[in-house]
Design a protein around this ligand. Sequence first.
Ligand SMILES: [Zn+2]
Length: 251
Amino acid sequence: MPRGASARRQLRDDIPVARRSAPARSRSRGGGARLFLASIVVFSGAVLAVWFVVGTGSRRAEQRPSPAIELPSRPSADGRLLGHFPYLQADRSELISFSPGIELHVDAADALDAMRQAAAADGVDLRLLSGFRSTDLQDSIFFDVASERNQTAEERARVSAPPGYSEHSTGYAVDLGDGDAPETNLSVSFEDTRSFRWLQDHAARYHFVLSFPDGNRQGVSYEPWHWRFEGTADALRLFESARRFTRNPLQ
Ligand SMILES: [Zn+2]
């Protein structure tokens, strides 16, 4: 056997089988064309990436920071957005602090104070869980929570109003809980508490109305804890549109 052939076989045997499996000839024949194609792909990818980053940067400057969901561009004919009516934020001068960290419109605060005292006299511990919310806070509650929970705008709107569309921004809406059953806070099970039964029997006397009763035509989920004050002409005017949707059509 010639010395050269023996040396070549020796070299081949040193290379692991797996690495020998690709035929050397075809690799060298198509190598140039593939390299060229790969260059085009890499170059196109780089151009697209630069275009996307630059485009995203300029879009970010105009919009809110990376919303996970998007609202419809225009409300429905009756002014509602995803079922919710539009509300302006209350004037700060009309708000007072009702309890630590919770503000209400002064008229709603007076009525709630009287209602809580009457409930207490009946042995019912009504608690204020939430009142006025700024549009900025509502923005966070709507978009950030939707993002955390991977909800679409439609899904989120069934349980929370979009910013600019919350009754809470008027200062007239309250979320109420039962001090003896805090586990029912902001839950449909609140309807089984003494507080809810007391509210059903007495809230109208203090001009509080359940905003989203079971089966409401507004398409918002049942919220036994959410009541709004309608005891002044200003408040009545604000909720005039919503009033037509509040009643359950079966009632
Ligand atoms: Zn509420």
